[in-house]
Design a protein around this ligand. Structure first.
Ligand code: ADP
Length: 475
């Protein structure tokens, strides 16, 4: 753990093991932090806040720029560590490190774009000024599926704004968190400004974060269930929050679309990170007229995906995070099969040979998926593409909107009018139009409804860490 400028063990001396999800191999261990460690980290963040908040925006920008340079230099080492600890194929891990570094350079620049306003008064002897100030100590809780970029997406804007922070990473990826912190430490972030508390029992740490009145803001990325609990606890303490939660993305192919192009897009998008992404498509709506071509192309692509250890060249789908995750996917697939879905590709756990030591599920296509199936409403977080056949293009947007989630949606059409109407009517925070990657450090990321509150990245991202201060000056 990293507390007040020092790498430290948990005060209890306890540790927990970190394993490779593809092989079961022991990768190392991490300190099992407990509430007293979290309190020490908040002490440090609180004590260092006034000095850090008083640094110039140029100084904070320079430090973030150095962190960007270091992360870029270390990208191959970070990618290999990520593949070993989290499981995604090396190529995807490299892409994630680039994405993670992008948040550093983006917020290095945004740090210098925080402006105030000079506002009119009704009195000639009065002047009004409104400025932005950092909120204070930030507590951050991050997930395992993007174990480096989810840290920089929070740390970049928090540091740019002038906040200090305490971060608790997911229990399955503490080594990526440590390596990310090393980047910031080596870049020269002053003592106490950033603090890392690793833990195997997250709830008591979350309780410290949400109960301590010195924590001004909680930022969380993870499941909707945990986000809801944390948000309600934070509310009692009037902490500012941003929570980026689950999703259930529709992927709509309109009748005028090229079904081959759309199926290739679906195959590329759905199996990224073995489907363990909150913006992964969970409902593929395909018109009856295009169904056979779409399904044929999708199946032929999915059959060719190699599943295995992400460190091996050519592997496209790695392991899932745990056996519990595999069991959830298996339960959804069995439920769909029992209720009449076709399973032309995959559909089973992989347990033989090299697969025995890891948590693998075969890349799967489900056809004839209907509303009564669990997978139609529950987030999957696994390599399963559920295809739903529809008849009426006027109704498909309503079907797509019929979810409590509102994070990402995808649309395939060659008609600009159809695209624009869909973009306007879909109730989702991120919409890809013929585009399987509608994300970037330069644009806002976040969802509506049960997908969360607040936006990360873009110009808006830094606002989550700032508050407004008004000055009235009688002259
Ligand atoms: P996932 O299903 O993606 O694992 P979680 O919401 O369980 O999502 O985990 C995301 C992050 O939330 C992880 O860092 C995890 O340790 C943390 N977490 C899980 N449960 C709690 C809790 N009760 N309080 C605080 N943090 C928690």
């Amino acid at each position: 753990m990293f507390i007040d400028g020092e790498w430290v063990d948990a005060r209890s001396g306890k540790t927990f093991d970190v394993t490779n999800p593809a092989t079961g191999e022991l990768l190392g261990s991490a300190p099992a932090g407990e509430p007293e460690d979290a309190v020490a980290a908040i002490d440090a963040a609180y004590a260092s806040f006034p000095d850090w908040a008083n640094t110039t925006a140029y100084e904070r920008s320079r430090l973030l720029y150095s962190a960007w340079q270091l992360m870029t230099e270390r990208s191959e080492m970070l990618a290999q560590l990520m593949t070993a600890e989290q499981g995604k194929p090396l190529k995807a891990a490299r892409a994630e490190v680039n994405y993670a570094a992008d948040f550093l350079i983006w917020f290095a620049e945004e740090a210098k774009r925080v402006n105030g306003e000079w506002l009119p008064s009704q009195r000639p002897d009065q002047r009004f000024l409104s400025v932005k100030a950092p909120v204070g100590v930030v507590a951050a809780i991050t997930p395992w599926n993007y174990p480096i970029s989810m840290l920089t997406r929070k740390m970049g804007p928090a540091l740019a704004a002038g906040c200090t922070l305490v971060l608790k990473p997911a229990e399955s990826t503490p080594l990526c968190a440590k390596a990310t912190f090393e980047v910031f430490v080596d870049a020269g972030i002053p003592e106490g400004v950033i603090n890392l508390v690793t833990a195997v029992e997250p709830a008591p740490i979350g309780d410290v974060f949400t109960a301590d009145p010195r924590v001004a803001k909680l930022t969380f990325t993870g499941s909707t269930a945990v986000g809801r609990v944390l948000a309600s606890k934070s509310a009692a303490n009037l902490q500012r929050i941003s929570v980026e939660l689950g999703g259930h993305a529709p992927f709509i192919v309109f009748p005028d679309a090229d079904p081959v192009h759309a199926a290739k897009g679906a195959a590329a998008l759905k199996f990224l990170n073995a489907g363990q992404a909150c913006i992964s498509p969970n409902r593929l709506y395909v018109p009856a007229s295009l169904r056979s071509t779409f399904e044929e192309t999708l199946c032929s692509r999915v059959e060719k995906i190699e599943t295995g250890n992400g460190a091996v060249e050519g592997v496209g789908v790695g392991p899932l995070v745990s056996d519990t995750a595999v069991a959830k996917v298996e339960r959804q697939v069995e439920d769909a099969r029992d209720k009449g879905a076709g399973v032309p590709v995959g559909g089973t756990r992989l347990t033989q040979g090299d697969y025995a030591a890891g948590h693998f599920f075969a890349p799967t296509v489900l056809t004839d998926v209907t509303e009564d199936m669990t997978i139609y409403r529950e987030e999957t977080f696994g390599p399963v593409a559920p295809v739903i056949s529809y008849d009426d293009p006027d109704q498909v947007i309503e079907l797509a909107n019929d979810t409590n989630y509102g994070l990402a949606a995808y649309v395939y059409t060659r008609d600009i009018g159809v695209a624009m109407r869909a973009f306007e009517r879909l109730r989702f925070g991120i919409i890809g139009v013929n585009d399987v990657n509608p994300t970037s450090a330069s644009v806002p990321f976040g969802g509506m409804g049960d997908s969360g509150l607040g936006r990360e990245g873009g110009h808006e991202g830094i606002n989550e860490y700032l508050e407004t201060k008004t000055g009235g000056f009688a002259i």
